[in-house]
Design a protein around this ligand. Sequence first.
Ligand code: NAP
Ligand code: F7E
Length: 341
Amino acid sequence: MAKRALLTGITGQDGSYLAEHLLGAGYEVWGLVRGQANPRVSRVRTLLQDVRLVRGDLLDQGSLISAVEKVQPDEVYNLGAISFVPMSWEQAELTAEVTGMGVLRMLEAIRVCSGITASRGTAAGQTRFYQASSSEMFGQVRETPQTERTPFHPRSPYGVAKAYGHFLTQNYRESYGMFAVSGILFNHESPRRGAEFVTRKVSLGVARIKLGRSRELRLGNLEARRDWGFAGDFVRAMHLMLTAGEPEDYVIGTGRTHSVRELVEAAFGAAGLDWERYVVTDPGLHRPAEVDLLCADPKKARTQLGWEPTVSFEDLVAMMVESDLRLLAGGGDPGQDSSWP
Ligand code: NAP
Ligand code: F7E
């Protein structure tokens, strides 16, 4: 019988790539969708026709219990979150509820549905749980590169909420013997990335300028450095973690770091443009507390899971620019909220 996977965040970037990966591996894939008439659900129905949908919300404990009861998943991947860091300052409480407390609700849904208690422990064939932890937990980094043992110093309500979910996942593993793991993922991008994140803001900006639809691109801090990889590579690591022999946490990143300035240079270069003619820096787009430098040490994932990234930074940027040039030339444009940093 096919294994069953339940994914929260199916309408997001990672949900789409992970669903494709699991369908390819022969899984029956279920996606949790929220809201009465969520406009992103139709995109899931078009892009991922073999995914089954179940209603639920990370804010609603009962709905998660119902979803787990209905699907009876072998594996749960908790990708749902308020994931945009600037939004976490504007709506800190909502971020804590969805990105932090949502992890508790999903773990409790699995625990209750599996009849797990501290004294009874877990049974064979229990549901395995993956938590989407983040390099934002490292924040003001204590060492470079960052490993599974680097201490956390989150710099945003988002990073704090992710740290709560991370420790809680560890705690359910230790308290109940659950197969519950966290992937500490560094930034990963793709043509399906939300338009609010800097890589996609840049690739869309370049495409608009190249096609004569815009004359400038306004950005915030060009000096911040990130370890950017391709989302399609990173979802493979999630699956490897949940099918490993032992439940353990892993850092997933490329081990290379680039500044936003280098990203901009590469993206404009990929379209044959000189970035300095078009990029305008706007102090209003800086964050209240910045994460200056992130760079992964993915050695544990390489040696224990055999995981390797396959797409370089330069190829990723070119892939995103080419995709957005095609999208815009074909009449599509996801638009941009220019007030977001
Ligand atoms: P994304 O594109 O922003 O997707 C976020 C997903 O969360 C969407 O499907 C959204 O669904 C869902 N969601 C929001 N509120 C919800 C709620 N109340 N209940 C259930 N679902 C809810 O994020 P992503 O880039 O795919 O990232 C996936 C996960 O990895 C997130 O947890 C993110 O924080 C984490 N992460 C991402 C990165 C990265 O670089 N991409 C790195 C480290 C960690 P709607 O369509 O209903 O809004
Ligand atoms: O910012 C700088 C900004 O919003 C990257 C999420 O997936 O990865 C992501 O979080 C950097 C920051 O991603 C603009 O200040 C400059 O230093 O693309 P971002 P993020 O905040 O790193 C982590 C791992 C996650 O877990 C999150 O869910 O770029 N930057 N100018 C800008 N950023 C944006 N968005 N817009 C600008 O105009």
